[in-house]
Design a protein around this ligand. Structure first.
Ligand SMILES: [Zn+2]
Length: 317
């Protein structure tokens, strides 16, 4: 399985350390500093390594705002600068908890749980989770298209039906169509789509899947004809006639990924509107794509992904 970047993991830093970092602000700050700078903290303004931790004049303890100062450019900074947690007053130990929960929970984590656990306002908890999800978003510049055998499928997610009890499958409800492409034993990529017609679904496959790949779908008519664009061809499984497996031709990987997503959306979030669904897809894709790592490694990847995502609070689609 391929990762976009390798974790900077210190062996001593395991998931067992997370409760300490989530409960103690100094421990959390030092955790974020270690992950960001390793053993060589540099000035975020000029890059100089001639820097020091500021101390409180009275107590001699570390400065209450955890400031650093650069001897070269004389400017001050903290580990928050240039990250998704810049410009908020939310403690880093709460960020740590949110990163931990979002990157290790298969089903997801609700803002309400963050509110209760961290004892912050619901508004802050929502803000926190939105930023954490943004940190988990795929980096489109580093994205390489899915390859090998790739299962593709579409489904409908979330959305509150207008009348309680009258949940119609698929079209005609307020559910949102989502497309997914999954490498066997590899990466997943999901996206919110406008509709499930052939033009849209084939476009989604072209966007996400390498032309060398072999495509597997069910026998939904929208996928017909895509095979000639892919070197590995297009195998279809006839769901409409209750056929589910034929040799290695099946869509069970993508169906299981959709099942996890739906359990999370319904069980944890109850509902996600079309407007915000893509953010949840980032989170679920992140957990899936890093499932072979242990929880501690996954948190560290998430924290490191937060770097450099301060300003671009835009959808990478
Ligand atoms: Zn400097």
């Amino acid at each position: 399985m391929r990762h976009t970047f390798q974790p900077h993991v210190k062996n001593s830093e395991t998931i067992a350390d997370m409760p300490l970092m989530c409960g103690n602000e100094l421990a959390a700050v030092e955790f974020f500093e270690r992950q960001r700078w390793g053993d060589h903290p540099g000035c975020v303004h000029c890059g100089s390594v001639d820097v020091y931790k500021m101390k409180d004049a009275e107590t001699g303890e570390r400065n209450r705002r955890y400031l650093w100062r650069c001897k070269d450019c004389k400017r001050q900074y903290t580990v928050r600068i240039g990250t998704v947690y810049e410009e908020t007053r939310i403690d880093l130990r709460h960020w740590c908890y949110a990163f931990w929960r979002a990157s290790t929970s298969k089903k997801g984590v609700a803002a309400l749980e963050i509110k209760r656990h961290c004892q912050i306002s619901y508004k802050s908890a929502l803000f926190l989770m939105n930023r954490v999800r943004f940190a988990l978003a795929p980096d489109n510049e580093k994205f390489t298209k899915l390859t090998g055998t790739v299962e593709c499928d579409e489904t409908y997610v979330g959305g509150k039906p207008r009348y309680q009890g009258q949940i119609l499958p698929g079209r005609g409800t307020h559910k949102t169509p989502v497309f997914a492409a999954v490498e066997r034993k590899g990466r997943i990529r999901r996206k919110v789509i406008a509709d499930v017609n052939g033009k849209t679904l084939k476009g989604a496959i072209r966007d996400l899947v390498d032309t060398q790949a072999r495509i597997i779908t069910d026998d939904f008519s929208s996928y017909m004809g895509i095979g000639k664009e892919f070197a590995g061809g297009h195998a279809r499984i006839a769901h409409s006639t209750k056929q589910y497996v034929r040799g290695d031709i099946h869509t069970q990987t993508v169906e299981s990924a959709f099942a996890i997503l739906k359990r999370g959306i319904i069980g944890i979030y109850h509902n996600v509107s079309r407007e915000y669904l893509h953010r949840y897809l980032w989170q679920f894709d992140f957990v899936w794509n890093h499932r072979e790592l242990n929880d501690g490694e996954r948190v560290i990847i998430a924290v490191k992904a937060a770097e450099g995502k301060r300003l671009m609070y835009r959808s990478p689609s």
